[in-house]
Design a binder for this molecule. Sequence first.
Ligand code: F6P
Length: 341
Amino acid sequence: MPKTIGILTAGGDCPGINAAIRGVGKTAIVKYGMKVIGISDGYAGLINKEYRELTESDLSGILTLGGTILGTSREKPFKGSGKKKDETRKPILIKEHYEQMGLDCLVCIGGNGTMKTANMLSEEGLNVVGVPKTIDNDIWGTDMTFGFDSAVNIATEAIDRLHSTANSHKRIMVIEIMGHNAGWLALYSGMAGGGDVILIPEIPHDEKVVMDYLRKRADNNKPYSIVVVAEGVQIPEGEDSPARYLAGRIQEETGLETRETVLGYIQRGGSPSPMDRVLASRFGAAAANLIANGEFGRMVALRNGSISSVKLSEVGGKTKLVAQDDPMVRQAMEMGTCFGV
Ligand code: F6P
């Protein structure tokens, strides 16, 4: 039975990380009597040997807190090492510090990049368990990541609020939603918020179709329209934001008064939703159970409503994208939502 475990949080933060740290830590301490080490600022903390012990009382009162009590960074220790097996300074330091800190296992809470690095460290011989988190919901191998539900709530509220101001001014409102290269967040918040147009990277759109759709709505006495666009949607080179670009194009092409909103980091901040608190806690507890069973090199996952796990080697380097024929896309299209196709 492993005695000492390290926990780190890496990549972009999201609501629910502290709930996951608490889930891993409390289960490890209360159920298994393990010692828990909190590593600062993601993989950077392992490279710089910055850490502290987390006692049970350190883990109290953090369930509802946004962000991460451990700090995070986008440090990628294998980046620039050419072949991934190359022994560069950073992976060597990580291995040395893992030994010096007396770790029997490392829990890596993070997104796609974090899981890729976790898998590489596992291949280097470290005992590693992954816990998937991201507002983007784009991690392969799990039906859902925590952070996503909170972000959907935030983005939906923003879209709801745009409806009334759009209606008052009879404007087109374009709202840009995060999600990296995936359209999950835009699709869910767009559907929940009643977006008239939803544009996601997985479904390349034709601008003319969007313009015709918006003109037709205006001709049919619909006083306003809401366009939800994912940040990953392709735009011409030199343009910095899909929302800004599209709003300009719509006003130019249709003559309809148009405004844009780039929602940004608000989607990642603040307290997790109840669903994310539950999912993060369950993922955390499942990670502690994997460690106790000696099942390393795995990422905890949600599959068909049950908590399970997948091999990190299957997850690393992949992205879970919206399928073009996703039932949600089809249903939205059948209700008249425009995807620009
Ligand atoms: O992965 C979460 C996310 O918020 C993405 O939606 C977004 O593209 C990216 O992180 C922003 O990254 P950064 O925090 O480095 O600006």
